[in-house]
Design a protein around this ligand. Structure first.
Ligand SMILES: [Zn+2]
Length: 479
């Protein structure tokens, strides 16, 4: 279970903690369970609607964190702002519409749109039934048909009892032919609409995001709508058929990281980052996913740590190094906020000594039975000093079981790559990822406040605090 070899233990005993831990223990008393509870109660409430990136609930959470920084006397960064804004490109299939003979079809129950489609708006285009939409050596569904500037209806699959290549099972091939013939859109009649909608609906309802600067694969396809056989047969009866549709699914939206800063004295250009993501996944089938553990738990640790360091500063204790409290957005969409920060750092990455990242630390997972453990990931990958300090701090002041099972390169979960610390690690900045594991409520509407173990959360917050305390106060740089 543990990867600590004897040689590591030897090094741990050689590491001396240099900071004033009498004072640290006094200041750590400012990390209060009541604060953790108070913040998490708000951040995981239904009114924040699952804090999905770019959505109103995420903005409310950002506002809450910012106001808390202000209340606790935490400064903005040198930009003068608490927010670091960035754009994401969103593809939201919920915004597609389709009407046949001016009757509006309902998304999901009657139709859906999929694929990489450019935005377009068409009114009353003629619809042409092109059978299976196949043009093979001996067989041509488009024979004598003009589909230019029209919408084609194509049946999924292959015609029975006719010898054509199996490759026509591929919808892309049919769509390519329709595009070449000048069609405006394809309406595909699915063999089994219900089973495909069951599979695809959760993805269609969940807006897909990319980082703004990521190169879009060229959206050269015409729209491809899918309908059921029943819908097809209903409209087939009508003497003529027109289609109107709007595909306005691609747009830019803004989101923000929230940053608080406390300046050090002696080596103030050197910076420790403490990070947690405050965004979550929004709704699941109409139910709010409150994300109390993911990552409400890390966010409230971050807030409590910021307050404790701020109080220390107010009491006149100077730290040697500076601290950046980095609450990031866009994590659930692909670690966007931390990537944006590390691509556009406000303080040079060369001077960033480490990132302590807290993501999901409020529960006891399905592997452990008591609360006295924490998974550490990444601590020994870039700086052995960081690992040893973290071990020593735990040995002296926390005494949790440090579980390194997910730190192994062979771990199939690959957690090392799955939270925000990774964007620092890939820039060669030492990291520790604090994590208490996966549970049955992970990414579900049941990841609720009531299920958080606040004693565990409290102990973890103190552990990160003591580690951070040593890192910003020791004389020697990390090796
Ligand atoms: Zn998550």
């Amino acid at each position: 279970m543990f990867v600590c070899s004897c040689s590591i233990f030897k090094k741990v005993s050689e590491i001396n903690l240099e900071a004033d831990f009498v004072l640290a223990q006094e200041i750590a008393e400012e990390i209060k369970i009541e604060d953790l509870m108070k913040h998490l109660y708000v951040l995981s409430s239904d009114s924040l609607e699952g804090r999905e990136t770019t959505k109103p609930g995420q903005k409310k959470a950002a506002e809450y964190i910012k106001n808390q920084f202000i209340k606790d006397g935490i400064y903005p960064t040198k930009t003068g702002e608490y927010y670091q804004k960035f754009n994401v490109s969103v593809t939201d299939f919920n915004r597609a519409t389709l009407s046949l003979n001016n009757q509006k079809l309902e998304l999901i129950s009657d139709f859906y749109l999929f694929g990489n489609t450019h935005d377009t708006l068409i009114s009353n285009a003629d619809v042409v039934d092109v059978g299976f939409g196949i043009v093979d050596q001996q067989y041509d569904d488009y024979k004598n048909l003009d589909v230019k500037n029209k919408v084609v209806i194509i049946k999924e699959g292959l015609p029975p009892n006719i010898n054509v290549s199996d490759s026509w099972e591929n919808w892309r091939k049919k769509q390519k032919v329709a595009t070449e013939k000048g069609a405006l859109a394809v309406i595909t009649v699915k063999k089994n609409y219900q089973s495909s909608i069951d599979r695809i609906a959760p993805f269609l309802l969940y807006p897909h995001m990319r980082m703004h600067k990521d190169v879009l694969s060229k959206a050269t396809y015409i729209p491809n709508f899918c309908i059921s056989k029943t819908t097809y047969l209903n409209y087939k009866k009508e003497p003529s058929l027109t289609a109107s549709f709007s595909v306005d699914i691609n747009y830019e939206a803004e989101t923000e990281n929230v940053l608080g800063y406390i300046e050090g004295s002696q080596y103030k250009d050197e910076l420790l980052v403490i990070s947690a993501h405050y965004d979550h996944i929004g709704f699941d089938n109409g139910e709010v996913c409150n994300g109390a553990d993911d990552d409400g738990s890390g966010t409230v640790c971050l807030l409590s740590l910021a307050k404790a360091f701020s109080i220390a500063k107010q009491k006149g204790y100077d730290f040697k190094r500076s601290i950046l409290f980095l609450a990031v957005s866009g994590e659930e969409k692909g670690l966007f906020g931390s990537r944006y920060y590390t691509d556009n750092p406000i303080y040079p990455l060369e001077n960033t000594i480490a990132d302590l990242n807290i993501d999901m630390v409020g529960r006891i997972d399905t592997i452990h039975t008591d609360m006295n453990y924490i998974y550490l990931i990444g601590s020994d990958k870039i700086s052995m000093d960081l690992h040893n300090i973290s071990e020593k701090v735990n040995q002296n002041y926390i005494k949790m079981d440090l579980d390194y099972r997910y730190n192994k390169d062979s771990d199939p979960n690959k957690f090392y790559y799955r939270s925000d610390h990774y964007n620092f690690a890939k820039n060669d900045i030492p990291v520790i990822f604090y994590f208490s594991g996966i549970h049955n409520d992970y990414h579900k509407p049941t990841d609720d406040f009531e299920k958080i173990n606040f004693d565990k959360l409290h102990l973890t917050a103190k552990y990160v605090f003591f580690t951070a305390w040593e890192l910003i106060n020791r004389d020697k740089k990390l090796k």
